[in-house]
Design a protein. Structure first.
Length: 116
C-alpha cells in the first residue's frame, strides 16, 4: 500500500475526517463522530495528477455504520460532560466549605507569621 492515497480533501475536511465532525470536542479524549469508509478507492500519485473528479464511494448508503459511530460518540460526550459538571459542583462545594471556615475564624486565609 505504499504510495497509495485516498482522494485529496481540503484541510478542513481532513481535520473533520481525523478528529470528527464535532469540533467543540476535539480537545476531549472521547470517541469522535467519524464517517469512516474502509472500502474507499485508493489512487497512486500519477492517477491523482490525471484525475479532475473523483468517484464518490457510497459504502454505507443507509448510514447504519455511521449511526453506530454517532451513538457511541453521543454516549461518551454525555459521560464527559456529566463528569465535568460533577467536578465543578464538587469544587464549588469545597470552596464554600473553605470560605465558611475562613469567615468563622477557624482558618486563616494568609498568614505571614513564619515569613519574617
Amino acid at each position: 500500500m505504499k504510495e497509495v492515497f485516498g482522494r485529496p480533501l481540503s484541510l478542513l475536511d481532513n481535520m473533520y475526517s481525523a478528529f470528527g465532525y464535532d469540533w467543540q470536542y476535539w480537545l476531549l479524549p472521547i470517541h469522535p463522530c467519524i464517517s469512516i469508509n474502509y472500502l474507499e478507492r485508493m489512487y497512486t500519485i500519477k492517477e491523482i495528477k490525471k484525475l479532475k473528479e473523483f468517484e464518490e464511494d457510497d459504502f454505507d448508503v443507509d448510514k447504519k455504520m455511521f449511526f453506530k459511530e454517532i451513538q457511541r460518540s453521543k454516549r461518551e460526550k454525555y459521560f464527559a460532560l456529566l463528569g465535568l459538571v460533577l467536578f465543578v459542583v464538587t469544587w464549588l462545594l469545597y470552596l464554600r466549605y473553605e470560605m465558611q471556615a475562613i469567615l468563622k475564624g477557624e482558618k486563616v486565609l494568609l498568614s505571614l507569621d513564619g515569613w519574617f
